[in-house]
Design a protein. Structure first.
Lengths: 199, 199
DNA sequence: GTCTATACGCCGATAGAC
DNA sequence: GTCTATCGGCGTATAGAC
């Protein structure tokens, strides 16, 4: 019988473990308040060396997170567009997805919304420039062409729509909106949609 | 005739100079990417010691900025409320003020909007909890009481209204909206107001 | 691919002369 | 209240044994 309260077996850390732990820490404390020591502790290895096996440096972790999250969002949006015809239905499902993520994986939305990516990765594209969000603008443009959405600049329409949605998600994440996300979900959708819908 | 391309006279730095320079740097590069060396260079003194005469540490500079900006915003809002009766007029002037600031002093809006104050000053109140923004919620609540604004939770109404406004200002600041702020000003106001106005 | 050990730069902050 | 000088420490990153 050995007394290994602190395990003596070596911990093998995977790239995915590092990403999950980092995302959580970045969302909680911010990128700059998170040290590699924090990450190393979170994945329960003894030194930060293990992390350098997977990532060149701390920035590379943030880059991987950003691109992974946006890739997966982009795929979800493709799927949504495939399954629905009308812009209103597509937008509705996109909003559903974002609210679901806010509830079930708040770190992801926190990372996308609150973290200012340009401060961490000056070279990186801002949200609106990414493929995922361009697809949303495209959905809106189609809605304009199909007379579902009033004919204004699609970027402006995006702006109104997502201004309301993202501000709502922000208030939920910060805890300034006390009740659960579900109760605001329908109302936020209505307000956002009506800000762009054809009367 | 002396060759003092680099002035030999001692530079006396004021608290205000430090605040102005820091605000600019924080807005441009972010708080964590700004070192005291950067600030010292910006106010053209030889060492950071001068800064410590005015501020206990780097955080204290951010604190002073945050509270100064919000105090002055709060005073402006008081003034606006005094000069106008209807909620629509008051909100309209508040929006005017924010757009004017975005054009003439973008650092201020950048600092309020993009900088995540909780990351820098974990103890500090978030925007929505500050006196200035409480006053805006109050304006909205009055508008609800006076039947100008539809009767929903005032925080939600605030959320819709300022979601649109702040998202628009954010796009302008980031340069993603190409034209000048003026051209979006009226449209954003309309969309924001209609998202909460009684039909 | 983890471990121990360590290098080292940068930055925040201070001491003390002027 | 600015200056020179310097310090301590943290955080990133690497070298090399196992």
């Amino acid at each position: 019988m050995t007394l290994d309260t602190e395990s003596t077996t070596k911990k093998v850390v995977t790239e995915d473990e590092i990403l999950v732990a980092s995302l959580k820490l970045f969302a909680e404390k911010g990128y700059f308040n998170t040290s590699l020591t924090d990450i190393k502790d979170a994945v329960e290895i003894k030194t930060s060396s293990g992390i350098y096996q997977h990532f060149k440096n701390k920035q590379a972790i943030a880059e991987a997170l950003y691109s992974n999250i946006l890739d997966s969002l982009s795929i979800s949006i493709d799927d949504i567009r495939r399954r629905n015809r009308k812009a209103s239905e597509q937008l509705r499902e996109i909003v559903d997805l974002l609210f679901k993520l806010t509830e079930q994986a708040p770190e992801i939305i926190q990372f996308l919304w609150v973290i200012n990516i340009k401060e961490i990765l000056p070279e990186e594209k801002s949200l609106i420039e990414t493929t995922a969000f361009n697809k949303i603008v495209q959905v809106i443009q189609n809605g304009i062409n199909d007379n579902e959405i009033r004919s204004i600049d699609s970027l402006l329409a995006y702006n109104y729509f997502f201004g309301i949605i993202s501000h709502t998600l922000g208030l939920i994440l910060s805890g300034d909106l006390e009740k659960n996300a579900e109760s605001y979900h329908a109302q936020a959708w209505m307000a956002a949609w009506q800000s762009i819908a054809k009367k």
